[in-house]
Design a protein around this ligand. Structure first.
Ligand code: DGL
Length: 275
């Protein structure tokens, strides 16, 4: 296979990364994608840096077996905790979701006050705050973890009353701080966008890291001259580490389309890949 026609590897702890896949497919329709969702070991959000890094290495090794030309870490938690380690180990481009989201937030704020919501791992790592500070040290960043948002998104409770009540509770500190931009710092959150926007009202801009990341992927393809120019129709492939039927059922909500077959890769195989 030529360098350019090799697939883009994308991984997440589970289903959330499909929001990134949807954006890559929309912005870069010629690119082939191999996706891995680590559904057996989800959630990554509350786990330690060591554990998430170990998982991220195994996930990347699995994708490399599929001859990917670059890896997209479509998980904010793994991007926050493990992307530096991945970049130091591998010589193919590794795209995380933090820098693109931070850059879009800095470009959008008019008053220099940005809210960031994410998993516990993402928020306690302060990866977004540090990335925003590197771009503009004057900006104030207010961070808030929203652990219940992941199961609500997985359950498809996007516009239930209970979701709105929980969102009000979590988002109160950001509203009180008067932020004008909020980064959806978890790949599950874009499907709760409607409810989150309702809490903040129309004057607050929500940054969807999935959209921004696909833009970064496009840039990397150009920079490394590895965009797929073959005329073939791209066939994407999907792998998970457990319960593929649940992944398929949920996928439509995250991807906006039906999935082809979903294959299972066992944890034993993953661990062996990472050795
Ligand atoms: N998709 C993960 C993220 O973006 C959230 C789910 C999890 O905790 O594993 O951080």
């Amino acid at each position: 296979m030529s360098r350019e026609s090799r697939p883009i590897g994308v991984f997440d702890s589970g289903i959330g990364g499909l929001t990134v896949v949807a954006e890559i497919a929309r912005q870069l329709p010629k690119e082939k994608i191999v996706y891995f969702g680590d559904t057996a070991r989800l959630p990554y959000g509350p786990k330690s840096t060591e554990t998430v890094t170990q998982f991220a290495i195994q996930d990347t090794e699995f994708l490399l077996r599929h001859d990917v030309k670059m890896v997209v870490v479509a998980c904010n938690t793994a991007s926050s905790l493990a992307v530096d380690e991945l970049r130091s180990r591998y010589d193919i481009p590794i795209v995380g979701v933090i820098e693109p989201g931070a850059l879009a937030a800095v470009s959008s704020t008019l008053i220099g006050k940005i809210g960031v919501i994410g998993t516990e791992g993402t928020i306690t790592s302060h990866a977004y705050r540090e990335s925003i500070q590197r771009l503009d040290s004057e900006i104030e960043t207010i961070e808030q973890s929203c652990p219940l948002f992941v199961p609500l998104a997985e359950e498809g409770w996007t516009d239930r009353e209970v979701t709105l009540v929980i969102a009000h509770e979590y988002l109160a500190p950001l509203r009180n701080a008067g932020v004008d931009v909020v980064v959806l710092g978890c790949t599950h959150y874009p499907i709760l966008k409607g409810t989150i926007q309702k809490v903040f009202g129309p004057t607050v801009t929500l940054i969807d890291s999935a959209e921004e990341t696909a833009g970064d992927v496009a840039q990397v393809l150009t920079e490394f001259d590895i965009a797929n120019n073959s005329g073939e129709e791209p066939a994407h492939r999907f792998f998970v580490s457990d319960v593929p039927h649940r992944f398929r059922e949920q996928a439509e909500r995250f991807l906006g389309a039906e999935l082809p077959d979903v294959n299972v890769v066992s944890i034993d195989e993953l661990v062996a890949f990472g050795r």
